[in-house]
Write a protein that binds this ligand. Structure first.
Ligand SMILES: Cc1ncc(COP(=O)(O)O)c(C=O)c1O
Length: 342
């Protein structure tokens, strides 16, 4: 039985056209000078996000880490929504390598997001010389572990405004900013408005085997290039990956279909009596009775997913068709009583 893999949108495979583009990519040495295909990709993404410049990095984690290293001095506090990827899923590099003191903000503004008042309060007023300094607000749109939730434009603007009044820099972890933009039917640049840096991924639901872009001002990206090299992320003929990234961007209009697949999955699971929320994008978190045994039974039934706390996370993506979602629901039906804990 062919497993239906809903563990992550990172399981998407490069398409034949992507592989062909990679094979014929025009390349140069991106450490010595610049790789022409990476330059094309960087310019295209900077334009899409309305930022001055962009820098290709191998992974989203490296993009976020470089941003934190740019914005923080050792011992500076940085704020991020609870369960943000930069807080819990990047091996503590925000503290370990960027020297930051992380502070999680509860989701008082909605799933995955704080309110502007929380930002103001957490930033605090400048105190005596010996007090901790808060330097950065990290946002995450969509918020992965909240279930792919979207921060709407007005809230994004209000959060950025509160950070600016408190003299904080703003970094946006936009690993799935594309998904937020598709859900709101807005250009991605609208959701990056006002931020100092933003990181976007090409390896989440778009088929690229690797690659993220960190965007910001020209001077910030010149410094980011030094940090990328320091972290071992300076690549030579990176255009092979850049070409994959350019094709990945052509797949952005398909994201709305992935969101529809996630909604169909939620509807079907509700019909089976599960408490599935209606997803805002491609991520669906479904609370189940016993996560670990549920996942084992699902694996045996040919449906793959991952645990997130007391829930199972399903992610729809371009390598599962709507027919696969229907098939997954058929495979899950006999397990429904067990998943419900009945
Ligand atoms: C919100 C978010 N940020 C950053 C990352 C890190 O991306 P990468 O796996 O490319 O390092 C992920 C990965 O899933 C993510 O979901």
């Amino acid at each position: 039985m062919r497993p239906i893999d809903l563990r992550s949108d990172t399981v998407t495979q490069p398409s034949p056209e992507m592989r062909a583009a990679m094979a014929s990519a025009e390349v140069g040495d991106d450490v010595l000078e610049r790789d022409p295909t990476l330059v094309r990709l960087e310019e295209r993404v900077a334009n899409l996000l309305g930022m001055e410049a962009a820098l290709w990095v191998p992974s989203g984690c490296m993009g976020n880490l470089i941003a934190l290293m740019l914005h923080l001095k050792r011992g500076d506090r940085f704020l991020a929504p609870a369960q943000a990827h930069v807080l819990g899923s990047e091996l503590g590099t925000g503290a370990w390598l960027a020297g930051g003191m992380p502070e999680a903000l509860a989701w008082e503004g909605g799933p995955g997001r704080p309110t502007p008042a929380q930002v103001t309060k957490a930033a605090g007023a400048p105190g005596p010389y010996y007090t901790l300094r808060t330097a950065l607000l990290c946002l995450e749109n969509t918020h992965n572990f909240a279930g792919g939730t979207v921060t709407p434009l007005a809230e994004h603007r209000a959060l950025v405004a509160a950070a600016k009044v408190a003299k904080l820099a703003v970094h946006l972890d936009g690993a799935r900013l594309w998904h937020a933009a598709a859900a709101l039917d807005l250009p991605p640049s609208a959701l990056a408005e006002g931020v100092d840096t933003v990181q976007v991924c090409l390896s989440k639901g778009l088929g690229a085997p690797m690659g993220s872009l960190l965007c910001g001002s020209n001077p910030a990206m010149a410094e980011a290039r030094r940090l990328r090299k320091m972290l071992g992320g300076g690549v030579r003929q990176g255009g092979v990956m850049g070409a994959a990234g350019l094709v990945a961007l052509d797949y952005l209009p398909g994201l709305a279909e992935d969101h529809a697949k996630a909604r169909r999955l939620a509807e079907g699971l509700r019909d089976l009596g599960l408490a599935a929320p209606m997803p805002e994008t491609n991520i669906l978190l479904v609370p189940v009775a016993a996560v670990s045994s549920a996942l084992t039974a699902m694996e045996a039934a040919g449906v793959r997913a991952l645990p997130v706390g007391a829930a199972i996370r399903f992610i729809a993506h371009r390598d599962v068709a709507m027919a696969d979602i229907e098939e997954a629901l058929r495979r899950l039906e006999p397990l429904a009583p067990m998943l419900r804990g009945a």
